[in-house]
Write a protein that binds this ligand. Structure first.
Ligand code: 7TS
Length: 414
């Protein structure tokens, strides 16, 4: 719980829950307990209303209209870039590339930076706890360039083996791509230390922040990473939108990933020249409403305060881990001392999917399976887990309902 902050203004999280109309419903006859926030978080009414207002009253295409409506849409859409810059403390808004999500952001770096810079025998370091989105794009590029993937093992508790990482680093290392917070285990990785070590060897660093940006204060300059990726839909925003942060000096060198409108300077059949970053990487009409929605989500999170959110969630996660560990026959999968949001577990003799199905019948939404992180499941020799993932709008009653539900699941199989 490294983000446990004391002496910060308190927030009435009971009231905040009322911002989320989706939580106020029955599922299978029971009040919904939503504990699948790592897959996608819920959207507060303020953000939904902002997107609705755009569609009803403000819609026009961006970056191309001389007319007022288009200029207003462009201003709103571009305002998000500055909000993101401040939210993650990037140096410049030109370092903020709009994408469709974390997966798209990583594919962009792999295809643009990777294809241009990797050659046969170069090494890409990943870890055993990566989401498929931070494995498969690198494998695809490794196949095309002859680069080789090396993997940092993890300990039984679910922490990166940092000594093994140090021994993997060397002159051939060109890229270290690591998850900030694991979606399968909840482990918070020491990304600054990882980045500093990689830089000592001249390697670039990409941090997959899909699960960190929604839960804690992120400062990309403090981390020092070269690239950082995340998705709007995991931080109270809409689907179909995400961010690639890239250091300006790197983005400037990188060729475009997709071609089309907006990403060009001049086009002729003889020669086409490209726009400057970030626009060079944003071909075609973007998801405008979703971009404005992310801006609104950032406003919403800022109003509560990311420090307050981190503290609230740390308290809830502490409570959940303690209560879960008290259940006979329950085993936590991933038990790092430094964790956020995610509680993955297995019940003795009960398949995770069966547990999830029975919990759903009681209105409790958890995710079961491999969580798009099959290598970490292979590491533990299991097909998958049941995963409760917590957001700031959850409360201790949600966790109590989960614990009661698990006791019910157990009784069902006795
Ligand atoms: N990286 C991490 C760490 C993730 O948790 C996810 C999504 C992604 C990348 C991909 O994000 P996307 O928005 O591009 O899809 N994780 C999950 C999950 O845990 N359950 O559903 C999606």
């Amino acid at each position: 719980m490294n983000q446990l902050v004391r002496d910060i203004p308190t927030v009435d999280f009971g009231k905040i829950r009322a911002d989320f109309p989706v939580l106020n419903q029955k599922v299978n006859g029971e009040p919904l307990v939503y504990l699948d926030n790592a897959a996608s978080s819920q959207m507060p009414a303020q953000v939904a209303d902002r997107i609705d207002r755009y569609h009803r009253h403000e819609h026009a295409n961006v970056h191309r209209g001389i007319h007022t409506l288009s200029q207003k849409a462009t201003d709103e859409f571009e305002a998000t870039r500055r909000k993101v810059r401040d939210f993650i403390n990037a140096e410049s808004e030109n370092e903020i590339v709009y994408t469709t999500g974390t997966t798209d952001s990583i594919n962009l770096v792999a295809n643009s930076y990777g294809l241009t810079n990797f050659k046969k025998g170069d090494e890409i370091i990943l870890s055993e706890m990566e989401h498929h989105a931070n494995i498969v794009p690198w494998q695809m590029i490794a196949k095309r360039t002859g680069a080789v993937i090396r993997v940092i093992p993890i300990t039984d508790a679910g922490d990166l083996d940092m000594e093994a990482y140090k021994s993997l680093l060397g002159p051939k290392t060109k890229m270290v791509a690591i998850v900030h917070i694991s979606n399968a285990l909840g482990t918070i990785n020491p990304v600054k230390e990882i980045t500093d070590l990689a830089h000592e060897h001249g390697a670039k660093v990409l941090i997959d922040g899909a699960q960190s940006v929604p839960h804690q204060v992120v400062d990309v300059q403090k981390i020092g990473c070269d690239f950082f990726t995340f998705s709007a839909h995991k931080m109270c925003g809409p689907t179909g939108f995400g961010i690639l942060y890239g250091k300006a000096s790197l983005l400037e060198e990188m060729p475009p990933y997709r071609g089309g409108g907006d990403m060009i300077d001049k086009v002729s059949f003889e020669e086409t020249t490209y726009n400057v970053p970030p626009f060079r990487f944003e071909a075609g009409t973007p998801p405008i409403a979703a971009g404005i929605g992310l801006g609104s989500a950032i406003d919403y999170l800022n109003e509560i305060g990311m420090k307050q959110i981190a503290q609230r969630e740390a308290e809830l996660v502490n409570y959940a881990v303690k209560r879960l560990k008290d259940i006979d026959g329950l085993k936590m999968v991933g038990d790092s001392a430094d964790r956020a949001s995610v509680c993955s577990f297995l019940l003795d003799g009960i398949h995770a999917t069966d547990a999830g199905t029975i919990l759903d019948k009681r209105g409790i939404a958890v995710r079961t399976g491999h969580h798009c992180a099959q290598p970490i499941m292979q590491r533990y020799g299991i097909p998958g887990t049941a995963r409760a993932s917590i957001a700031f709008y959850n409360n201790t009653e949600d966790i109590d309902r989960l614990v009661d539900g698990i006791h019910y699941v157990k009784s069902f199989f006795e």
